[in-house]
Design a protein around this ligand. Structure first.
Ligand SMILES: Nc1ncnc2c1ncn2[C@@H]1O[C@H](COP(=O)(O)OP(=O)(O)OP(=O)(O)O)[C@@H](O)[C@H]1O
Length: 269
């Protein structure tokens, strides 16, 4: 049976522009740091895009602007045809650390965004969907446990469910698995790929790992610092679904080497 959550979130056809950033710049007034300069970027429905670059090149600033958490100094950010001017329902976010509330069970944590947005009755209605999502991420049987009984990987799986329950049009991911050991991280990345494919999700990932970017992405935005800007957008034409053993292929190695070269160039600037 196809799970009810496998709907096409935004309704936009695959490949249609979902996010459109035009000449986005950000100067922090406090210290006059030009964190971003003239960033043009389009994310298409169902695509997976990663952003990579050395520390301080503006990745988090870009993500925060896309999420509506901070405004750009200049430029336009359009999501599903509407300018982003603040937090939005159609944006799902996930961070490095799972931010589950310790006094709520896994399933209660997952319906929490619905409870905050639409009230207790709506949250109760969403319970079935939360159970379904937990099953999708392999947490069947853990619905009623508290976060302190979950491993780091399990807590991040629950966080994925919490992000998905509101059916966001776009998933903004800020190094979601970087606190996990390498093996768990690889597994979670494959899980993330599967979920994104099932849901036709449009995803944008900030990462420091070139390998992670290559195995997951359709496009990799390589940034360079001072001021933060796009050096190159690298298309990854490895077939889907991606598998971990692709990481040993010459083609994968060549893409990784190319990106590393670009990052080294950025460092020299
Ligand atoms: N709130 C702020 N006020 C002033 N300057 C800031 C602020 N946030 C970031 N910056 C500066 O803007 C630049 C870009 O920072 P940002 O955090 O976006 O980079 P990043 O690529 O995400 O770095 P990292 O990989 O280390 O997380 C840096 O020079 C940083 O010092």
């Amino acid at each position: 049976m196809t799970p009810a959550v496998a709907s096409d979130y935004s309704g936009a056809p695959l490949g249609a522009p979902v996010y459109e950033l035009t000449r986005v710049s950000k100067t922090y007034a406090r210290n006059s740091v030009v964190a971003l300069e003239d960033v043009d970027l389009t994310l298409r429905k169902g695509s997976f895009t990663s952003v990579i670059g050395s520390s301080g090149c503006g990745k988090s600033t870009l993500l925060k602007i896309m999420a509506g958490l901070i405004p750009p100094s200049k430029g336009r950010v359009i999501l599903q045809g509407e300018p982003v001017r603040g937090a939005r329902r159609d944006i799902g976010m996930m961070f490095q650390q799972a931010t589950l509330f310790p006094w709520k069970t896994a399933v209660e944590n997952i319906v929490l965004p619905i409870e905050i947005r639409d009230g207790k009755a709506a949250a109760n209605k969403a319970m079935d969907k939360a159970y379904e999502l937990l099953e999708i991420v392999g947490l069947k049987g853990f619905e009623n446990v508290y976060p302190n009984e979950l491993s780091g990987g399990m807590a991040q799986r629950a966080s994925i469910c919490r992000m998905l329950i509101t059916e966001p049009a776009v998933l903004l991911l800020d190094e979601p698995f970087s606190a996990l050991d390498e093996l768990s991280r690889d597994m979670m990345n494959m899980e993330l790929q599967r979920i994104c494919r099932e849901q036709n999700a449009t995803a944008f990932l900030v990462t420091h790992s070139i390998q992670e970017a290559v195995i997951l992405s359709d496009d990799i935005v390589v940034m360079k610092p001072r001021p933060g800007r796009i050096a190159e957008i690298v298309e990854v034409d490895l077939p889907r679904p991606r598998t971990l053993d692709m990481m040993t292929t010459p083609k994968f190695g060549a893409i990784v080497d190319h990106i590393r070269g670009q990052l080294d160039k950025g460092e020299d600037m």
